[in-house]
Design a protein around this ligand. Sequence first.
Ligand SMILES: CC(C)(COP(=O)(O)OP(=O)(O)OC[C@H]1O[C@@H](n2cnc3c(N)ncnc32)[C@H](O)[C@@H]1OP(=O)(O)O)[C@@H](O)C(=O)NCCC(=O)NCCS
Length: 216
Amino acid sequence: MLTSIACRANGNINAVWSLPPSDGSWHSFLQPVGNTLLGRELGRKLIYLDVLFSIWMPSLLVREGLEVDREWAMDVLVREWHGPLIERADEFVDAGLLPFLVAESEGSRVGLATLLLGPDYVEIITLNSFSEGNGIGTALIESAADIARSRGAVDLRLFTTNDNIHAIGFYQRRGFHLHALHRDTMTRARVLKPEIPYVGRSGIVMRDELELRIRI
Ligand SMILES: CC(C)(COP(=O)(O)OP(=O)(O)OC[C@H]1O[C@@H](n2cnc3c(N)ncnc32)[C@H](O)[C@@H]1OP(=O)(O)O)[C@@H](O)C(=O)NCCC(=O)NCCS
């Protein structure tokens, strides 16, 4: 019999309801319990099921990008990356032609990752979340890692620019290691793609790239 259900967000259990209602009404309580399954309800012991159900939270789904998504993906690349030609390590890649992942919540597209499928690696060429702090970026990375794993890749890799302090922290917190520093690549890229801003995020001049990798 169902004894409790939990609401998950970002992989954490944020709320738990016990069932069936003890007093004939839906007796619910909110209790941030992080990743533990411990909880108390007014002194009454809760029995948690091994399988807890995800309810109430807007569902987050990551799926392969389809042809019908391509126009949207191109709009994102133009808006967020000044066009589909993405530079990394002195080479341009046309992200508009790559396979991609779409994060979807309640029927809306909320994130995009474009992927380069290498012989023994997968590279995230672009990553965007349109509702930050809700696990979308993490879910896209996990899906990219799943693809890398299924292809027998050695690693999942990406490049980020020196000004993107948030992303540099974000990736390392998800297990990526700093692999290489590519000096002045953005300065050179700006010659071919003048739309690349001189001053990037956090008021930092965008000059270099960091290459990050995680073994699969
Ligand atoms: C980097 C990026 C993809 C992360 O996506 P996201 O959906 O915010 O990712 P998540 O929700 O999984 O995690 C975000 C982290 O920021 C924290 N956060 C909380 N509120 C936040 C907010 N309002 N804005 C940003 N981050 C927030 C989250 O708690 C989490 O922290 P953690 O790293 O300590 O776990 C997103 O910030 C983005 O699109 N940035 C602009 C494009 C970019 O820089 N792309 C990467 C370049 S290669």
